[in-house]
Write a protein of this length. Structure first.
Length: 133
């Protein structure tokens, strides 16, 4: 698996090279973070396991798991936030909304999640175009 270059890693690399970012990232207001969480739910879907249907789950579960595991590995932690038995989605949302998560770490998870959204939509477009012939 390749090394993920998160937003915060790119920022540090640019700063070491003496290049400044033209944008300022002093804070990301709580309402903005909540809006991001709503966008994620709408665009990809909710995390769920239906125990009545022999454990069937949402296709979105794999994306939530990927984002959580990838960012947790990058941050050097076992879980991003939430309780020990929280779902990957809950841990990502707790991390996003926490006032202890740095602005740069929030931008990392937003960027990673956005990449997943792009991958899903591109994949859906390819499948749709093949189906339509």
């Amino acid at each position: 698996m390749g090394i993920l270059e998160t937003f915060s890693k790119r920022k540090r690399r640019l700063e070491k090279a003496g290049q400044q970012d033209i944008y300022q990232y002093d804070e990301l207001p709580y309402p903005f973070r909540v809006q991001v969480a709503h966008i994620w739910d709408t665009a990809i879907g909710r995390y769920f396991v239906d125990s009545y249907r022999r454990g069937s789950s949402s296709p979105a579960n794999e994306w939530w798991q990927y984002v959580h595991d990838t960012l947790a590995r990058e941050q050097g932690v076992f879980r991003l936030g939430g309780e020990e038995y929280s779902s990957p989605k809950e841990m990502c949302i707790v991390y996003l909304l926490s006032n202890t998560t740095s602005v740069f770490s929030v931008l990392d998870i937003i960027e990673l999640r956005s990449g997943c959204l792009i991958a899903v939509f591109v994949n859906c477009s390819i499948i749709k175009s093949k189906a339509l012939g």
